[in-house]
Design a protein around this ligand. Structure first.
Ligand code: ZN
Length: 110
């Protein structure tokens, strides 16, 4: 059964164009934590939160800066991740091993 995921800009409510939608869907399967990732061709920016960094947040090409400001306001005291500066190219899916290792690191820190 095909599932359509609705992505919306956190700031203006815009929807991505079809090609960007496809890129965003591909990245959705990725296991990331506290990371920005670009989605082309629409220059969308995703904040992959999870855990203490909250839900996934999306911004259209016009509102990338606003999204970062929002993330930094909410999570800026929780480490360096919200302060990362771009570009943030998507480098393909990450293995779950790396995600598990990261989870272990975080548990030992807090
Ligand atoms: Zn927008």
């Amino acid at each position: 059964m095909p599932v359509t995921v609705v992505f919306k800009c956190e700031i203006c409510g815009a929807r991505p164009d079809l090609a960007t939608q496809v890129a965003l869907e591909r990245q959705l399967l990725d296991l990331r934590h506290g990371e920005y990732v670009d989605a082309e061709p629409g220059r969308w920016l995703t904040w992959h939160g999870r855990g203490m960094y909250g839900p996934q947040r999306y911004a259209c090409g016009d509102h990338r800066g606003e999204l970062k400001a929002l993330v930094r306001e909410h999570y800026g005291t929780l480490g360096w991740h919200p302060w990362a500066s771009g570009p943030h190219p998507w480098a393909g899916r990450r293995g779950t091993d790396r995600a598990r290792a990261l989870a272990r690191t975080l548990r030992s820190t807090f």
